[in-house]
Design a protein around this ligand. Sequence first.
Ligand code: JD8
Length: 410
Amino acid sequence: MTDAVTPGAASAARRPCMRVDVVSIFPDYLAPLDLSLIGKAREDGLLDVRVHDLRDFTHDRHRTVDDTPYGGGAGMVMKPQPWSEALDHVLAHENPSGAKPHLIVPGPGGQPFTQALARELAHEPWLAFACGRYEGIDERVYEHAREDLGLEVSVVSLGDYVLNGGEVAVLAMVEAVVRLVPGVIGNAESLVEESHEDGLLEYPIYTKPRTWNGRDVPEVLLSGNHAAIASWRHEQRLSRTAARRPDLLHASHASLTVTGVEIVAARPADVPELHVLMRACWVQEAVANDTLDIPALRESLDDVRASLDTTQTWVARSAGRLVGAVRTSRRDDDWFIGRLCVAPDLQGRGLGRRLLEHAEATAPDGIRTFSLNTGAKSGDNLRMYKKAGYRLVDARAPIPGAVTLVKRRR
Ligand code: JD8
């Protein structure tokens, strides 16, 4: 019995962030997990990946793992006993704490594998993958794993097409999951703007030469105008998503796309609308955080008007309607981002994210960090900021019931 364990794992002497076990009758199919980022993360001890050969858990001369289906029909079915012994081995192998893995079984009838599921699984300490072949695995193995071994068992499909087995699906799932494990990908920032990460496809990318084959790089990308670049890239993401994956663009996004959102510097004429929007948004925050003691709620119309002289405020307009805003100010080498708000009926569609990107992109030279406050109980805000790379500061926030988040400028 030979478990292909992580090369160099022993030397890394650090507790891996994640253990992954894979059981298959074709263990060599998983050899790509030795390569590239995943191979490096295994060498660095960030990941503990073990591949097991199901046939090692058979006892007959032919190492039989399959048999004919009860009730007749085409093909063969994988026998339960080898799977039971393989799972026992995985649970027993170097597992002094008696922990239990989340068992993932790829199957064409499973729940769709998505970036959201990948993000969830990336937070789990131990995943075990069972690669089926033939017509699939005897149904009693799933019941045994859930009921007898007490494992969480998920049947997951890579997509609406038919493969010959689970190995290809496991390769894709493991890569999509472990690249989200902190430290596996060097530049975590690059994870933020990826397709599917926030429901939008990626913007087009270019590198040298400036002109190639008579084709030029879009002028805006050579402008050095970070705000314009951020705006162009977001418009590209929206228009590409609308063209190629309208299913990702739920109705409101589509309407935003249709009418397009423009982010411009706030002017005194914007103040009345801006004040109303801020009141609407911070009443929401007050309810979420059970307090009315929020500076934004105490700002009068004159306070908002005055803030235009002391800070850089941007407003987002869609079809003439003021639908969002953000305020920025400098504190030494920190760019403080505040009063980020989106009209309640348009929240959750990426506009807040776009305003945040705009606020960051308009930061002057010399800025090293971005910081902001939000309600300790403002779940959606916290999720959006963390996805954008912000991290909670454990120092007490200047406002009761609030928290401060910071991100290093790259
Ligand atoms: C696991 C056996 C083959 C499937 C008879 C062909 C995932 N998106 C996906 N498509 N197919 C699979 C998948 C296929 C598998 C196994 C996953 C184990 N097969 C079977 C049923 C029809 N043959 C998959 N994830």
